[in-house]
Design a protein around this ligand. Structure first.
Ligand code: AKB
Length: 330
């Protein structure tokens, strides 16, 4: 991304030498559904191609939308070539919980997808942004204030494939000069699209349940603390890293976080605004996954290298989320 910038400071997109053309894979998921409208607003609707194996009508109405299974390298190559794509935002992935239900599928989609994208990046001189996750960490990782560089022995197939992605991205950067960038997302909370099969999904489901039923059965135990970020901050971090001048980046993958809370603490924050809200705890297999992930992560390198600073804490996020969701549910 930095290669296109003439001048500039971190997070402040400057003049472009030529207009970028984006391909976003996995567009219909939680992040794509909000990142694509933002990119289409900042550039032009026709220069942001959404792609997925599942249709998203809103995205299709707002600009180009094509079928793309990221395991199919020929189809990816055709889309990139025929549309003059310069930047790929690779979001197609099977998350932690759904990946444990079908580990072989998660292995195929997640590893073939990033391998295809990185190989095509060499041929077509593409700039790649592909998120990673706190799922790269495991039970041997220090769980508090987890740094960028530490032990990564994940317990899920999703985590295994994202360690593979991180290593491959960094290798392609060093060996072939591919402009690969990545953020390790914590749980992402948003009101527009439900997340698709993660361990942190409870923190989105809970808001829908609070507004529709006044109660929620949580699949994690009350005291399971995990790091989170609210979608406006997640979009801000993503866009800022994508646009940051390459010269300022000291690493290819950065931790980012905005808050840490337990299901009980989130329940209390919601109850302050939805009187009478009640929770029950019925932990399932996702509890085992959550116990291997960090409680909090250290994102000081992102703050230092490209000026990352989140805006939403638990209370601000809860209020904004309840207001936005109430509007959507009207
Ligand atoms: C998941 O729970 O699998 C994801 C993640 C933390 O990457 N939300």
């Amino acid at each position: 991304f930095g290669g296109y910038l003439r001048t500039g400071q971190a997070g402040v997109p400057q003049e472009w030498d030529h207009d970028p053309r984006f391909l976003v894979t996995g567009a219909s998921g939680q992040i794509g559904a909000e990142l694509i409208p933002l990119l289409r607003e900042k550039y032009s609707p026709s220069s942001v191609i959404a792609s997925d194996v599942r249709l998203n009508r809103e995205l299709m109405e707002g600009g180009p939308f094509v079928y793309c299974d990221v395991q199919d390298k020929d189809n990816l190559a055709r889309i990139i070539l025929e549309n003059g794509v310069s930047h790929v935002v690779h979001l197609a992935t099977l998350l932690s919980a759904i990946g444990e239900r079908n580990p072989q599928l998660a292995l195929r989609v997640n590893t073939h997808g990033i391998q295809n994208i990185l190989d095509l990046a060499i041929q077509h001189n593409l700039h790649i942004y592909a998120p990673s996750t706190i799922a790269v960490f495991g039970k041997t990782t220090p769980r508090h204030n987890t740094p960028d560089v530490t032990i990564k022995e994940p317990s899920t197939m999703y985590g295994v494939t994202k360690v593979h992605q991180e290593l491959l991205g960094s290798y392609y950067n060093q060996k072939f000069g591919v402009d690969y960038r990545s953020l390790r997302y914590p749980g992402v909370i948003s009101s527009r699209t439900m997340p698709g099969g993660g361990t942190t999904d409870y923190a989105v489901e809970i808001f829908h349940a609070a507004l529709t039923k006044g109660s929620y059965d949580c699949f994690l135990a009350a005291d399971t603390a995990l790091p989170f970020i609210y979608m406006p901050d997640c979009l801000k971090a993503t866009y800022e890293l994508m646009m940051a001048p390459n010269v300022g980046l000291k690493q290819r993958t950065y931790n980012v976080t905005a808050m840490t809370f337990t299901p009980a603490e989130l329940g209390e924050a919601i109850a302050r605004q939805v009187p009478g809200f009640e929770m029950r705890y019925i932990p399932d297999f996702r509890q085992e996954i959550a116990r291997t992930w960090p409680v909090s992560v250290d994102d000081s390198n992102a703050r230092k290298d490209w000026g990352w600073a989140p805006k939403y804490d638990l209370d601000a996020m809860t209020k904004h989320m309840l207001d936005s969701l109430a509007d959507r549910l009207k």
